[in-house]
Design a binder for this molecule. Structure first.
Ligand SMILES: Nc1ncnc2c1ncn2[C@@H]1O[C@H](COP(=O)(O)OP(=O)(O)OP(=O)(O)O)[C@@H](O)[C@H]1O
Length: 509
């Protein structure tokens, strides 16, 4: 190890799954104290590269990895990577909500005494680590009760727990994606502070604004190769440059045209008295072909609406009239909701939305099986349906029989949307539909949501992304700190953010 060595060198990294080469001679170098961005279209190979660094995948021969100048044996053993100072914070942060901050920080490295966890040392270790990274969180707080920013800090503290101060490399694999506004700013401040001490940060993100503001340089992957290494010293890192390097072209914004609601339009969906743990007596209507948005301050509770409305969680009170079906939302299960034509595209695709061990074809045809006689359930029917869904939604690889668990995160999201749109719902409810997808896929998803409405569905988009709501919604409701829904004066994204900000400050005052 020399002080002049880069913190991380991944050189000539290739990876082949079966016949499919997903990484080709990728070079990625990160200096000490550098914040480096890693971007690329869904399926371009970002996660695979990180999985090689952490020992999940064995790279093809010819690959080299060095940390602080010292080579790592390949395939990487996780213990060796950890000892060299590599740490990863995953998308879902991997926190255990019912445990305390100290317990979460020490998971995988509890100090012990006579074979038992030494609680005093555990709490001290957690407090020291949190203080070192400048996180203002009590070690005794229960993680389930923390804000999104505090949760991210706990995950970062855990990742850096065993590192020498000023050393190591922390990989953030889309782990900032749930943070918004002030919470995101707080996480960025912490990351900048860490980098100033000499620790290195590799930030994987689909957020163009984050990639423009946080890293000094951004490596862009395209089809498993490095297509650009963008840096501020050459030219500012702009959204257009990142998009061009990712996709070969800049991406136009999607915007649904304004549509006037006919005066005699009888709303097809009418929700009344909807009450959950946070939402109180919410009422709203959605017309045929209308896209309604609901948003609010992070973790303010509006996030429960998609679950209450689709039978995934029982409401305390409330009914939904959907076409001729009247649904008692206090008793409804997912089956009842489906029978009434209500479909949910959930936020957590891995947990709630897809059968990961089944093929793309099985997943996208699942909602339609009930409406087909067994005689017609041929494999070729499934493959045809799947091929169409794959084409329409741009799922990659375009292989109906590929297992969903082998798709990249963003491609799983596209398969999920394809699955539920194939059900031709009366009421389509989407929760954070563009999470984890690249700029090109985001545009396509918004266009498909709009097309579903044009085909006659009533659509509800529940999202924290003001730009998505502005692009696709005819009207938007904001959930206040009291749990009421208030219609915004326009769907312009600046206006939406003002409304959300007002409820946020209201809540904290
Ligand atoms: N275990 C596996 N078996 C077969 N193919 C795989 C496996 N894991 C990943 N792939 C394929 O490797 C390619 C790269 O996937 P990867 O998850 O690295 O993409 P990504 O850039 O992280 O995408 P996203 O932004 O959508 O998360 C994809 O085509 C994916 O289908």
């Amino acid at each position: 190890m020399t002080s002049a060595s880069p913190r991380l060198e991944m050189l000539g990294i290739s990876k082949t799954f079966g016949q499919h080469r997903v990484l080709s001679e990728v070079d990625l170098v990160v200096g000490p104290g550098e914040i480096r961005g890693l971007a690329g279209q869904n399926g371009s190979g970002k996660s695979t590269l990180i999985k090689i660094l952490t020992g999940v995948h064995r790279p093809d021969p010819g690959s080299t990895i060095r940390v602080d100048g010292a080579p790592l044996d390949l395939p990487v053993r996780w213990t060796a990577a950890h000892a060299a100072g590599i740490a990863v914070v995953h998308q879902d942060l991997g926190l255990l909500d019912h445990l305390t901050v100290a317990e979460n920080v020490c998971v995988g490295g509890f100090p012990t005494r006579h074979g038992r966890i030494d609680r005093r040392r555990r709490d001290r270790l957690a407090a020291r680590t949190l203080e070192r990274i400048g996180a203002d969180v009590s070690p005794l707080a229960v993680v389930g009760e923390l804000t999104a920013a505090e949760r991210a800090e706990v995950a970062i503290a855990r990742a850096l727990r065993d590192h020498a101060p000023g050393g190591g490399l922390i990989v953030l694999d889309e782990s900032t994606r749930l943070l918004r506004g002030a919470d995101l700013e707080r996480a960025h401040t912490l990351l900048r502070r860490l980098a100033e001490t000499g620790s290195s940060i590799l930030l994987i993100s689909h957020s163009m604004s984050e990639l423009q503001s946080l890293p000094g340089r951004v490596t862009v992957l395209r089809d498993g190769r490095v297509s650009a290494d963008l840096g501020v010293t050459v030219e500012p890192i702009s959204e257009a440059r990142i998009a061009r390097a990712m996709l070969g072209d800049a991406v136009d914004e999607f915007r649904r045209g304004t549509r006037a609601r006919p005066a005699d339009d009888v709303p097809r969906v009418r929700v009344e008295g909807l009450t959950g743990a946070h939402v109180r007596e919410a009422a709203f209507e959605i017309g045929r072909g209308e896209v309604l948005g609901i948003t609010g301050a992070p973790a303010s509770g509006y996030e429960e609406i998609p679950l209450l409305l689709t039978g995934a969680r029982a409401a305390r009170a409330g009914t939904a009239q959907v076409g001729e079906h009247s649904v008692d939302l206090t008793r409804a299960g997912v089956r009842h909701a489906l029978r009434a034509g209500i479909v949910l595209v959930p936020e957590r695709r891995d947990r709630d939305g897809l059968a990961l061990e089944l093929s793309v074809a099985d997943n996208v045809t699942l909602p339609r099986l009930g409406s087909r006689s067994r005689f017609y359930l041929s494999r070729s029917w499934r493959d045809r349906q799947a091929a169409r869904a794959i084409r329409d939604h741009g799922v990659r690889p375009a292989a109906p029989r590929a297992l969903v668990r082998e798709l990249s995160g963003g491609n799983q999201q596209k398969a999920l949307l394809a699955k539920w749109l194939s059900a031709q719902p009366v009421l389509l409810v989407l929760h954070e539909p563009t999470q984890a997808v690249d700029v090109g896929a985001r545009r396509d998803i918004l266009a498909r949501i709009s097309a579903a409405a044009d085909d006659g569905a009533s659509v509800l988009v529940v999202s924290s992304e003001a730009d998505d709501l502005a692009a696709v919604c005819d009207r938007v409701l904001v959930c206040t700190s009291e749990g009421d829904l208030v219609e915004t004066s326009s769907t312009d994204s600046a206006v939406l953010l003002d409304h959300v900000f007002a409820t946020y400050t209201e809540e904290r005052s």
